[in-house]
Design a protein around this ligand. Structure first.
Ligand SMILES: [Zn+2]
Length: 318
């Protein structure tokens, strides 16, 4: 139920923005800003590589994936590779569309989606059907049916090249430092650093206006943020939200660690939500503060202060 209700009123949508060039040959298709009653798209980033276009994350909604394909067309090359940061539907939902458009494409990702399809996503699908049975608004029903259709794409969401370890990889003639974190946001999170432009793609290891902790191990996420900091990036593209400088990322990391410390203290959920907004400072503009506090309030119970057995499952071996 988690994603259904929380994103029914707090969510991101594809904004009517064209792609932004974040560095020469690197374009960002933004997942958009917060609006009501839509489920989010993650940010997508395209590399204009010597052997074709590399796409990092494909979005959820058809309109977002369309923008990704339009940007690839503007680069004048076929999409030859997709890299998924993690299996959440706002990052892999466009995989089947890209596969249809470019049947020779290779999709790189961790193997975590297999476990997710058998567990989290199967349960999510059941919850969606239960929710549809309660709805009368056809537009809302269509939104949930579209969500079920993504889950039902099944194997078309999965990678054909499984990322099992960190290290440099040359894809389409471009060498990228690919990193795998286990049991942080999901069981397998991929982030990458492009040494040529010093752009870092964080996936949902960095999300604004708040960390999205639905399937996360909070403490291992913190350890992953320390890994990001070691990369010599100048620009970091989060999974949701605008590009960050190193200074802004450092503020995010500090705010994240303070949130964990707050959750471990006797402070109230509301106090931790207010603390997140205070510590994140300018990263959470005033228009997003209410949403950020509500998200943290939700995650305090659902994740940060969840039962030890639940966290042990998400965190894996110590
Ligand atoms: Zn996301």
């Amino acid at each position: 139920m988690r994603w259904i209700w929380i994103f029914a009123w707090l969510s991101l949508t594809a904004a009517a923005l064209a792609a932004d060039e974040v560095a020469p040959g690197v374009a960002l298709v933004s997942g958009g800003a917060y609006v009501l009653s839509e489920q989010p798209d993650g940010n997508s980033v395209l590399f204009d590589a010597p052997g074709g276009v590399i796409v990092f994350d494909t979005g959820r909604h058809a309109a977002h994936t369309r923008k990704v394909l339009d940007q690839a067309a503007a680069m004048g090359q076929p999409v030859v590779a997709v890299i998924n940061s993690h299996w959440h539907l706002d990052h892999v939902g466009g995989n089947p569309t890209i596969r249809r458009a470019f049947p020779a494409v290779h999709i790189f990702a961790s193997a975590a989606i297999k476990g997710a399809r058998a567990g989290f996503l199967a349960k999510y699908r059941q919850d969606l059907f239960a929710e549809i049975a309660k709805l009368s608004d056809p537009v809302q029903k269509d939104g949930l049916l579209a969500e079920i259709a993504i889950v039902d794409a099944g194997p078309a969401l999965e990678p054909d090249v499984v990322i099992e370890a960190s290290g440099p990889r040359t894809i389409a003639g471009r060498t990228l430092d690919i990193h795998l974190e286990r049991n942080a946001v999901t069981a397998g999170d991929v982030w990458l650093f492009d040494p040529k432009t010093r752009v870092l793609l964080a996936g949902d290891l960095v999300t604004l206006p708040a960390p999205f902790l639905d399937t996360a191990c909070p403490r291992r996420w913190s350890a992953a943020l320390a890994q990001l900091e070691r990369a010599t990036f100048t620009t970091l593209i989060p999974g949701h939200g605008p590009p960050l400088s190193r200074t802004q990322f450092a503020a995010y990391r500090t705010a994240y660690d303070r949130l964990l410390a707050c959750a471990a203290s006797k402070a109230s959920n509301d106090a931790c939500g207010a603390g997140w907004v205070r510590d994140a400072g300018a990263l959470v503009p005033e228009t997003d503060q209410k949403a950020a506090k509500a998200l943290i309030g939700y995650y305090m119970e659902a994740s940060l202060r969840a039962a030890p057995e639940q966290l042990a499952k998400l965190c894996g071996a110590p």
